[in-house]
Write a protein that binds this ligand. Structure first.
Ligand code: 6U4
Ligand code: NA
Ligand code: NA
Length: 159
């Protein structure tokens, strides 16, 4: 089977869960896009620990826990390694968002998401996450990182 590399993606929610904090990614993979906070999981940590660490490094928010929401698998036509991205919400945290080397944070209403400035898959699974459904999605991208040539999305009972 195709090798996978583990990543996290964390969406901090406000207390009413009516707004979400996104960051404009300033460098590296996906630069220029708005997204949640996250990155590669390190060998010595769990996926949830990696999510919490990346959230702190990239947004300044410190969370004790993160809630698992979904699993996304991305296949890029020019890469032999699939991205396995574990999606979380952070609902309780301390601190205030700060701009970092990697991200410029900004709050958005969950019903007026800037999908045209996000990854092309996000508008497809976002409604499931907002309903509270757990999901598994698979998206096949062209090398342009914009065009989706095939996709699958399922609700699941557990992750
Ligand atoms: P470095 O630069 O090594 O510190 P790191 O922060 O470890 O990087 P990064 O930022 O490259 O990792 O991780 C990629 C991030 O982009 C992860 O949070 C997952 C996310 N991501 C990748 N493809 C995505 C896609 N198609 N849709 C999406 N998020 C995606 O919503
Ligand atoms: Na990152
Ligand atoms: Na990072």
């Amino acid at each position: 089977a195709m090798p996978h590399r583990l990543y996290t993606l964390v969406f901090p929610m406000d207390s009413a869960r009516s707004r979400v904090l996104l960051g404009m990614k300033k460098r590296g993979f996906g630069s220029g896009k708005l997204n949640g906070f996250g990155g590669k999981v390190e060998p010595a940590e769990t996926v949830e620990q990696g999510a919490i660490r990346e959230l702190a490094e990239e947004s300044g928010l410190v969370a004790a826990a993160a809630a698992r929401c979904g699993l996304l698998l991305f296949y890029f036509e020019d890469s032999p390694v699939a991205m396995e991205v574990h999606v979380f919400q952070a609902r309780e945290y301390s601190g205030v968002p700060v701009e970092t080397d990697e991200m410029r944070p900004e709050w958005f209403g969950v019903d007026s998401m800037p999908f045209d400035r996000m990854w092309a898959d996000d508008h497809i699974w976002w409604p499931l996450m907002m309903r509270g459904d757990l999901f598994v999605g698979r998206f096949w991208f062209k090398a342009d990182q914009v065009t989706i040539t095939r996709s699958e999305l399922d609700r699941v009972d557990s992750l």
